[in-house]
Design a protein around this ligand. Structure first.
Ligand SMILES: Nc1ncnc2c1ncn2[C@@H]1O[C@H](COP(=O)(O)OP(=O)(O)OP(=O)(O)O)[C@@H](O)[C@H]1O
Length: 884
């Protein structure tokens, strides 16, 4: 108990699992929590301060599953193991206690076990910190070693957090009080772990980073701002704490420049269902419909590309070049995919090895990946020279990305030697547990072979002994083995009596009597047992030593192995995109700096695939927008009956932009896209009652965000703005928003509405046109054509849709009557022609004052965090701002 209490005191917030022989035992309050969470029996053991100590326990061999469940429920788990053999402890005296210590703290963001991780998803730990008014995010994916860091504008925090989708977030204590930041963290940050301000100081953060990376300066990784260092430092501290000092192999932090990416705010990401549906499932999301990758690393990379599409045309085109090059090379693609399919998750194997959690199987995974990588490089290299000229006789050069992949996969001499060594050393299918031994091949190490043959020979000797004793005594002697007694002779009661009766020399020593059996040993057997066990232990110790040597060599080569792994992931994604492009008859989008969005016969990737699976056709649709207004409308008003396909049309165009900027071919006949800087979607928000916001309030919050943040390079889809309030209020808001988007923001916009009155904007505003999704009424039946055509719809056919939905006939009939009456009633017709023209250009009413840069910076400073030197620096900065 004293040992327990002392260890528990170091990890008060975690559930402590204490190793006791074959079990992990849980005591006190932890036992109560765990027994409820894991449906374990709650018992008691001993007393503490006069009270019973509650106890629960889980078998050590099944601990992973229990830990996973606790983590999923949001707990942290500290695992305390036995650090020595109980026999060692006994040497110190019979009452000595086995040494125990924390070997790791398991938290949602720091998992590395395959059994606890989603194969195709990322598991990120994120840290958020701020220095001098600048906010920074750092993210690590411990199971693959990827580290990213970026500065964020407070307005972009939601977008960035939702792109990273952390499982766990470390947050500097004082940011927890920030009214704008905390709600975002709560929504998108996973499990939040507040961190003391003392850990956010950049100087100590830098020291921790140097230790983590084993370098003497961070200069080789680039330049980082104090806020970025502070966030990275938080990660380093937490990794140190949770991994009990073991240092993972991490890639150098890559600095994300937000301006190089298409920004997608959190609400948009949710509503477009990029990586999961609004119900939280992968199935039905964009990624599920388009993921053709064959490796888990490739799948994760595709997800990260879709979560953060690019903004620079050159970078997008480089990816597209690769897909285009792979597209006609079907045999090559098949061969590459076939080879990659047999790869296991190399990145995670490497990470386990570096955290001392790996086994011989992980070494095999690395060797196999190096082998396959080399094969891939050869196949690509051959293909590079296969078609030197195209049909027109022009030289065909492989895209740059392919050259890069080949270069990354051809191993250096030391790495290929390491691969050879691993292949020589390891058996084909090593046992799951290292402690079982038997993973090193015979012939690799002479000492090991000798120890093994000693062990095997001894077994022969046991057999011989068994036969000899049987012959000598005339009794069918059987020698058996168990972990407690070692080797022993086991006889039935009757035979035992017979043996003892004739054993005049007392050769057979009694060991144990069971109900029906009696067990004996002989001095010879004891000696033999010792010899066998020593040989086995010696063999195992040698194997462990060899394993550690190989593991250290792999660790040393980690950076090159990671580069190769990244190249395979990129290849997998490009091949997958080419496969998809062929399956779908997809087109390469033309990407440039223009302000166009022109799609011919585009299809919704998810809806079209779902309909296809049901054997139903999908109607392709065009879109034609130009933010400058020179070539076509800037804003299209989309009307049409309920169920006509307005939302599908809107989302389809947004999704195609995401795919195109992620560097993928798109399901369309053609697409011309002037790159989009920000994507906004206001499509059917749900309530956020937890935050005290009604549906209408949420809709207004999101619309406000669009109107304040969009630029003329943005793309916006707005679905039924204003529908959640009284008709006139809603129409007025929708009207004003459309005007503002057109006159002030100039962004390419698709605006779906049931307010048919809005169609009057065409003609009134220069760059607005009307589109409608068509339906036809035939013999009282409504037929949806799902075709987007020029012009506006005249009605919504809501009552017909209600009938289709199975509303009682009496209600539908009554609704029809009321509708006719309302339509006849001229009073309800709006006199829209009386509205003043160009109202959106009216000078805005004095808005609430936006804080100046000086004020924002001042607000971001926490005097308690500053050293005198930093304070002086801040004063200089503020003074500079005053002059700006
Ligand atoms: N282009 C299309 N081709 C074939 N089917 C389509 C197409 N577009 C939409 N659909 C089908 O029509 C259904 C309704 O589409 P959607 O939700 O987009 O309609 P809507 O006009 O937004 O309706 P409401 O105004 O009631 O919200 C979809 O679930 C889909 O199955």
């Amino acid at each position: 108990m004293a040992q327990y209490i002392q260890i528990k005191a170091q990890y008060p917030d975690a559930i402590l699992l204490m190793r006791m022989g074959d079990f992990y035992e849980i005591f006190f309050e932890d036992a109560v929590i765990a027994s409820q969470a894991l449906s374990l029996a709650l018992t008691k053991r001993g007393q503490f301060q006069g009270k019973d100590i509650p106890l629960a326990g889980v078998p050590a061999h099944a601990a992973d599953a229990y830990i996973a469940k606790l983590i999923r429920l949001g707990h942290r788990v500290a695992v305390c193991d036995q650090l020595e053999d109980p026999a060692e402890a006994k040497k110190r005296g019979s009452k000595a206690i086995v040494k125990r210590g924390i070997t790791r703290v398991v938290t949602p963001g720091t998992l590395t076990e395959d059994t606890l991780l989603e194969e195709r998803g990322a598991n990120r730990l994120v840290a958020l910190s701020s220095r001098g008014g600048v906010l920074a995010l750092a993210a690590v994916e411990l199971s693959t070693g990827d580290v990213e860091v970026l500065e964020v504008e407070p307005a972009q925090l939601g977008a960035q957090l939702s792109a990273l989708r952390p499982s766990e977030s470390l947050v500097a204590d004082r940011l927890m009080q920030d009214e704008t930041i905390y709600p975002l963290l709560k929504m998108y940050g996973g499990v939040i772990q507040p961190q003391p301000s003392s850990l956010t100081d950049p100087a100590s953060g830098e020291a921790r980073l140097l230790k983590l990376y084993g370098v003497s300066t961070l200069d080789g990784f680039g330049t980082f701002s104090p806020a970025e260092i502070s966030a990275l430092g938080l990660l380093a501290a937490y990794i140190d704490l949770t991994q009990a000092g073991k240092i993972p192999v991490l890639k150098p932090p890559s600095r994300v420049i937000s301006q190089n990416y298409l920004s997608i705010d959190a609400a948009t990401r949710n509503s477009l269902e990029i990586d999961r549906t609004q119900q939280g499932k992968r199935e039905g999301s964009l990624i599920a419909a388009i993921d053709q990758t064959v490796t888990s690393g490739g799948s994760r990379l595709l997800l990260s590309r879709l979560s953060r599409p690019l903004y620079q045309p050159a970078a997008i085109n480089a990816r597209l070049d690769t897909v285009e090059w792979l597209l006609p090379r079907r045999d090559l693609r098949d061969a590459l995919r076939h080879a990659m399919r047999s790869l296991s998750d190399q990145a995670r194997a490497l990470s386990r090895l570096s955290l001392n959690r790996g086994g011989a199987r992980d070494l095999c995974i690395i060797a196999q990946a190096l082998h396959i990588g080399e094969g891939l490089a050869n196949a690509l290299n051959d293909a590079r020279y296969e078609t030197p000229v195209d049909l027109a006789g022009n030289p065909v050069t492989a895209p740059q990305e392919i050259d890069g992949i080949i270069a990354a996969l051809v191993p250096s001499l030391p790495l290929s030697q390491l691969r050879g060594k691993l292949e020589q050393a390891l058996v084909e299918e090593p046992p799951l547990k290292l402690s079982d031994g038997g993973f090193i091949r015979t012939g690799f190490n002479a000492d090991l072979d000798e120890a093994r043959s000693l062990r095997d020979d001894s077994r022969q000797v046991i057999l011989a002994l068994e036969q000899r004793l049987a012959a000598e005594t005339g009794i069918a002697i059987r020698i058996k083995f168990n972990n407690v007694l070692g080797y022993f002779i086991e006889l039935s009661q009757k035979l035992a009596e017979q043996l003892q009766a004739q054993d005049s020399e007392k050769q057979f020593i009694h060991r144990q009597s069971l109900a029906n059996q009696v067990r004996f040993v002989t001095t010879e057997l004891i000696e033999l047992d010792g010899r066998i066990q020593r040989a086995a232990q010696q063999g195992l110790a040698l194997e462990m030593e060899l394993f550690e040597q190989l593991r250290d060599e792999v660790r040393l080569a980690a950076a090159e192995i990671q580069t190769g792994h990244d190249a395979i992931c990129a290849l997998d994604v490009s091949v997958a995109n080419a496969v998809l492009a062929e399956d779908w008859g997809a087109a390469r989008p033309v990407i440039d700096d223009s302000t166009r969005l022109e799609i011919c016969r585009g299809r919704h990737p998810v809806v079209a695939a779902a309909l296809k699976a049901q054997g139903k056709p999908f109607t392709p649709n065009d879109v034609d927008l130009d933010a400058s207004g020179a070539e076509s409308a800037r804003l299209s008003l989309v009307t049409g009956p309920n169920m006509a396909g307005k939302s599908t049309y809107l989302r389809q165009n947004a999704l195609l932009i995401i795919m195109a900027q992620a560097g993928m071919f798109v399901p369309a006949k053609s697409m011309h896209l002037g790159v989009v800087d920000r994507l906004f979607s206001r499509v059917g928000a749900g309530d956020d009652l937890a935050q005290g916001r009604s549906t209408f309030m949420m809709e207004m919050v999101e619309t406000a965000a669009i109107l304040t943040q969009a630029s003329e390079r943005s793309f916006i889809i707005l679905d039924e703005i204003g529908r959640g309030t009284a008709t006139y209020d809603g129409l007025a808001i929708a009207w004003a928003c459309a005007e503002n988007l057109h006159d002030v923001i100039h962004a390419r916009t698709l605006f779906a509405t049931h307010y048919h009155e809005l169609s009057k904007l065409e003609g009134r505003l220069k760059f607005v046109n009307n589109l409608s999704l068509t339906a036809r009424e035939h013999n009282g039946e409504l037929i949806f054509l799902h075709e987007a055509k020029k012009g506006s719809a005249d009605r919504s056919y809501g009552v017909q849709v209600a009938r289709l939905a199975g509303m009682p006939t009496a209600v539908v009939g009554r609704a029809r009557d009321i509708l006719t009456r309302l339509e006849e009633d001229n009073q309800t017709q709006l006199r829209l022609d009386d509205l003043p023209l160009f109202s959106a250009t009216r000078p805005p009413e004095p808005a609430t004052k936006t804080p100046s840069k000086l004020e924002t910076t001042l607000k971001g400073i926490n005097p308690d965090d500053l050293s005198p030197k930093e304070a002086l620096e801040v004063i200089y900065n503020l003074h500079k701002l005053l002059k700006e």
